[in-house]
Design a protein around this ligand. Structure first.
Ligand SMILES: Cc1ncc(COP(=O)(O)O)c(C=O)c1O
Length: 384
């Protein structure tokens, strides 16, 4: 059976050149970058090379980038580290939005519950955007940290981070942005953005799983949440994953070189997919998210009257991989917290499926997949 992988927002297949770059290092002599001997120095050289390359691609200085184990760790390190540093300056109020990835939302909730920070969680607008006016209105003299994502992983909506960043700057709060989903399609010049901390993950850009990065703008104070080593300028203790980091660097190089062609192609796939579903599916379909501000590789669609879980199971049986939202919640029957934050009608929330495109997808395969979705919907509606 032909597999249609439409779940690139959950994870992406590794690019063959990334795998080769990593394999070469993994089959090499190894070496700990903290060791003084030749093998240690060689590992350190690989690490520096990767840091130079990733920071050049992101438009920041190498010293402003620390490597982590992925988006979740970057978010945790940024939020806990900045919150603790800001509290020492008398600022213990945090602002975030109800549509953030759980790596942000649950970390903020944990900070509030376990460490006594006050927390404002802003609702989303109907199109998934966070209103800069609401951010402005929520700010108090105690606000130390604002965290708003760049592109939403469930509906693909892009947030007005430049506007929110200016508001944060004017208030003296640290601004953190989770950019895990946007790296594959957006151009970053970090020094031109009013952002203090930004999280990235390699496996969303055809790099390895378990590797990420956190941008810490020069002068931003964060406390380390890991102890026991002086790696990453004492901001992230622990032996670095050299092969993984080199894989991240290889992936970001490919991403930057191909972005100009890839982004319009992703948009073409997205638009064609919507068109085909409108033709082949006999229930009303609604696109959840913003009509104008969206990531080209993600589309969230409600098939009115068809329950999400039933749909996902049937899609899976036909070899179509899609999702109900973030990977962490799709195993459970819990309805998407993002769609709830957008205050969508129940029938839209209960029938929403996320399709996300990437490396390997073709316009031709969409035709076959859409026919299958049409058949599935007919089957579910007619109970056979
Ligand atoms: C927006 C966003 N933030 C954070 C994460 C977590 O990243 P990782 O899987 O690298 O821990 C994800 C993963 O789906 C994501 O989509």
């Amino acid at each position: 059976m032909k597999i249609h992988y439409f779940d690139h927002a959950a994870t992406t297949p590794m690019h063959p050149s990334v795998a080769s770059a990593m394999l070469e290092l993994m089959q090499g002599p190894g070496g700990n970058s903290s060791s003084m001997h030749a093998l240690g120095r060689a590992a350190k050289h690989q690490l520096n090379r990767a840091r130079d390359s990733v920071s050049a691609a992101l438009g920041c200085k190498p010293a402003e980038l620390l490597f982590t184990s992925g988006g979740t760790e970057s978010d945790n390190a940024a939020l806990i580290g900045a919150a603790r540093a800001q509290r020492k300056r008398g600022r213990s109020h945090i602002i975030t939005s109800a549509g953030e990835h759980h790596a942000v939302l649950q970390t903020c909730e944990w900070l509030a519950k376990e460490e006594g920070y006050s927390l404002t969680v802003l609702p989303l607008e109907r199109d998934g955007r966070t209103s800069p006016e609401l951010v402005q209105a929520a700010i108090t003299p105690e606000t130390g940290l604002i965290s708003i994502m760049h592109g939403n992983n469930e509906v693909g909506t892009l947030q007005p981070i430049e506007e929110i960043g200016q508001i944060a700057k004017a208030s003296g709060a640290i601004f953190h942005v989770d950019a895990v989903q946007t790296l594959s399609s957006m151009k970053f010049r970090l020094h031109e953005l009013p952002v203090d901390l930004m999280s990235f993950s390699a496996h969303k850009i055809n790099g390895p799983q378990g590797v990420g990065a956190l941008y810490v703008a020069n002068g931003t104070l964060i406390e380390s949440i890991q102890h026991g080593g002086s790696q990453e300028r004492k901001r992230r203790a622990g032996t670095e994953n050299i092969a993984g980091i080199a894989g991240f660097a290889a992936a970001i190089d490919i991403c930057v070189n191909e972005r100009e062609n890839k982004q319009p192609f992703m948009d073409k796939l997205r638009k064609r997919w919507i068109e085909l579903l409108q033709t082949h599916v006999e229930v009303p379909i609604i696109i959840n998210g913003s009509e104008h501000h969206y990531l080209p590789h993600i589309v969230n669609i409600s098939f009115i009257g068809v329950d999400t879980e039933t749909m996902l199971m049937n899609l899976d049986m036909e070899g179509i991989a899609a999702a109900s939202g973030s990977a962490c919640t799709s195993g459970a029957l819990e309805r998407s917290h993002v769609l709830r934050a957008m205050d969508l009608p129940q029938e839209q929330i209960q029938s929403a499926v996320r399709f996300s495109f990437g490396l390997g997808n073709t316009l031709e395969e969409l035709e076959d997949a859409a026919l299958k979705v049409g058949t599935i919907v007919r089957r579910i509606r007619n109970n056979y």
